[in-house]
Design a protein around this ligand. Structure first.
Ligand SMILES: N[C@@H](CCC(=O)N[C@@H](CS)C(=O)NCC(=O)O)C(=O)O
Length: 203
């Protein structure tokens, strides 16, 4: 059975749990990180002292997007993670692009979700909001010409940014309409694994 360590209010943990459910994998998840304990045994598994980490048979693995690629390769099919190098690369780039987006979004997320009004830095939140809104116009242009970030069908390339799109809309970070991103997000919401694990209150 797949074991996932990580608190579900983490963007990076959400990705992994959502994909595990897309793949209909049986898994156990243990809360680690944030307000939960991160003991020495966990730090041996993940020397970065970050979540998520998984154990699946003979492998212990950290780095959320590496975990997604591993789970799709081991348990998925060609539709989710195509063998064709061109289709794979065109989806894969959005997985790496997500890390830049996450950096841009962090000050807004931290300020609006994790800090009290007294602790907030409005200028930092505003700069982050502008940066996120600008990056989302890039995503919008991509989704104007194809239904999914992975191409014609839902795939691995949709998972990382799908998680961040929920935060983007939940926090109201849009500064101009991004109709194609909004339509894609509406379709993601109909996926049970997304609805159950990504669309939870931001904490
Ligand atoms: N690049 C890593 C980043 C992992 C990361 O930064 N995780 C955050 C949560 S999203 C974390 O562990 N924070 C410390 C904690 O939860 O205690 C990945 O994608 O797995």
């Amino acid at each position: 059975m797949l074991t996932i360590w990580g608190r579900l209010n983490s963007h990076n943990v959400k990705k992994v749990v959502w994909l595990a459910e897309e793949l209909a994998l049986t898994y156990q998840r243990h809360d680690v990180g944030g307000t939960f304990r991160m003991d020495e045994a966990y730090r041996v598994k993940n020397p970065n002292a970050l979540v998520p980490t998984i154990e699946d048979g003979n492998i212990v693995l950290w780095e959320s997007n590496a975990i997604l690629r591993y789970l799709a390769a081991r348990h998925g099919d060609d539709a989710l993670w195509p063998a064709d190098p061109v289709r794979r690369a065109l989806a894969d780039r959005w997985m790496d692009w997500q890390f830049g987006y996450a950096e841009a979004q962090r000050p807004a997320f931290t300020g609006l979700v994790r800090q009290s009004p007294e602790q907030r830095d409005p200028a930092a939140i505003e700069r982050a909001t502008v940066a996120c809104a600008r990056m989302m116009t890039v995503l919008d242009a991509a989704l104007a010409i194809q239904p999914w970030l992975s191409g014609d069908t839902f795939g691995l390339g949709d998972v990382p940014m799908g998680v961040y799109a929920h935060t983007f809309f939940a926090l109201g970070l849009a500064r101009e309409p991004v109709p194609h991103v909004a339509h894609w997000y509406e379709r993601l919401k109909t996926r049970p694994g997304f609805a159950a694990n990504v669309m939870i209150p931001l904490t």
